[in-house]
Design a protein around this ligand. Structure first.
Ligand code: ROI
Length: 181
């Protein structure tokens, strides 16, 4: 019995020490009170198993990329530390999207909550369900500006530093709505 509890303590110590993957998540919403959708989602990210939220950007309003006949978006980025594998994290984020009764009326149309894995350490992942770095992140001001706010020195594998990329991207449609806590 006492031997078991020693083993348990050791196991749980190494458990904590291995919360060691740094991931960045993009959040977006343009339906059903988008500011509240994002605030709730940021708290829920902090509740994911074997995961801690490290930082979150301000909330930004942004003009829709894609079809213009839809409401403006609210966007933000969060940095997490996690033990989840990329696919475990994807499953957890998709479950969260569902719990927000995600509406996605059409491709590139309005949605209640989008949670995208942008970066997972410096890994490059190309699987049927998951492409990391996120395929469009280096072209989108609504991802890059919040990302630069929480980590100005980040680089996107194969694409270069956020600050270089951002210097060639329009961000004048973005406005800070709520400062990061
Ligand atoms: N446009 C903005 N501004 N923000 C988003 O999060 C967003 N998400 C999308 C599409 C429809 C491409 N446009 C967007 O999925």
């Amino acid at each position: 019995m006492s031997q078991n509890s020693t083993i348990d303590r050791t196991a749980s110590a190494s458990h904590t020490a291995s919360l060691n993957h740094t991931v960045y998540i993009g959040l977006g919403s343009n339906l059903e009170d988008p500011v509240q959708q994002l605030k709730t989602a940021l708290n829920e990210l902090d509740q994911l198993p074997r995961t801690k939220r490290i930082r979150a950007s301000s909330l930004y309003s942004s003009k829709p990329v894609g079809p213009q006949d839809q409401p403006d978006f609210v966007n933000a980025v969060a940095c997490l530390s996690t033990e989840l594998t990329p696919i475990e994290l994807l499953d957890a984020l998709q479950a969260l999207e569902q719990s927000h009764r995600r509406v996605r009326e059409r491709h590139w149309g309005p949605r209640t909550l989008d949670l995208d894995i942008l970066l997972y350490d410096e890994q490059i992942i190309e699987q049927p369900r998951l492409i990391i770095p996120h395929a469009f992140m280096h072209t989108r001001g609504f991802v890059l500006l919040p990302l630069a706010e929480i980590d100005a020195h980040l680089s996107i594998p194969n694409k270069g530093s956020i600050s270089d990329i951002l210097s060639n991207i329009a961000t004048d449609d973005l406005q800070i709505l709520t400062k990061s806590e």
